[in-house]
Design a protein around this ligand. Structure first.
Ligand code: IP8
Length: 246
């Protein structure tokens, strides 16, 4: 059996200019692609877009800055559950056997910010024919209350632990772009793209392309970054956009 992990970027499926608002057309289009795909085992992860990020910044919570305020947990997690319900129902309309995995209920970070995400449940869901759906969320963090876990971290963790065969990121851009805004077809080392991406350390680790590329080069499975029109091609086994294979 071959396992594919696909992330639907938050800025693809939501309207980033309006809080708590879907991009319904985009969500239809990407869930159509998932519904039409002939694929063995699939784990989906979606980002937060206009649902999670503004609640997180209102409460001053990030991947590194925590909060012990229950209202922060309820607001951020609640907004993400609402978005997840929309994603699940669009998938169900297309007969995708999607079931939720709520990261806040299963994951945690230790005092070194190391993420622990148990995958036995996900693996059993796959064995039973379900499509597990995870999402960027709050997680309890030793010594900090809760912090944010991004969808990208969940993708990497699931892909690594379950030895995924293919990993895909559907983003608003058609791939990693060079200085002329052309898609770079393949990246096999960070040095080859450092000029266009800059230093990975200095970028936003939840959303920045540089951090994403650096993490994917370490993954040990080929990953692709592509735009919303390429979800079908990716799920058909092609390598649209930028292929990242360290
Ligand atoms: O959109 C962020 O996940 P991402 C999650 O994958 C929250 O970076 C709750 C802000």
């Amino acid at each position: 059996m071959s396992l594919t992990v696909l992330k639907l970027g938050g800025s693809v499926i939501t309207d980033k200019d309006r809080p708590d608002t879907l991009d319904g057309e985009m969500l239809d289009s990407v869930t159509d692609a998932v519904g039409d795909a002939q694929i063995d085992d699939l784990v989906l992860v979606h980002g937060a877009g206009s649902f999670g990020h503004h609640h997180a910044s209102e409460h001053g919570v990030s991947k590194t800055v925590g909060s012990s305020d229950v209202a922060a947990v309820i607001d951020i997690h609640g907004a993400m559950e609402t978005l997840d319900q929309f994603v699940l129902s669009r998938l169900h309309e297309r007969d995708v056997p999607a079931v939720p995995v709520h990261p806040f209920s299963v994951a945690s970070r230790d005092s070194n910010a190391e993420l622990s995400l148990p995958v036995q449940q996900i693996s059993t869901m796959l064995g039973e024919g379900f499509v597990p759906v995870l999402y960027g969320d709050v997680v309890v963090h030793e010594g900090k209350g809760v912090t944010i876990v991004s969808g990208d971290e969940l993708v990497t963790s699931v892909a690594r632990q379950l030895d995924a065969d293919r990993v895909g990121f559907c983003s608003t851009v058609p791939g990693v772009l060079d200085e002329d805004d052309a898609v770079i077809p393949e990246i096999t080392s960070y040095e080859s793209v450092a000029d266009v991406l800059g230093e990975s350390e200095s970028t936003d680790v939840t959303g920045g392309m540089a951090g994403k590329v650096a993490a994917l080069l370490e993954l040990g499975a080929p990953a692709s970054i592509f735009g919303p029109n390429d979800v079908t091609a990716f799920l058909d086994g092609e390598n649209p956009g930028t292929k990242i294979d360290g």
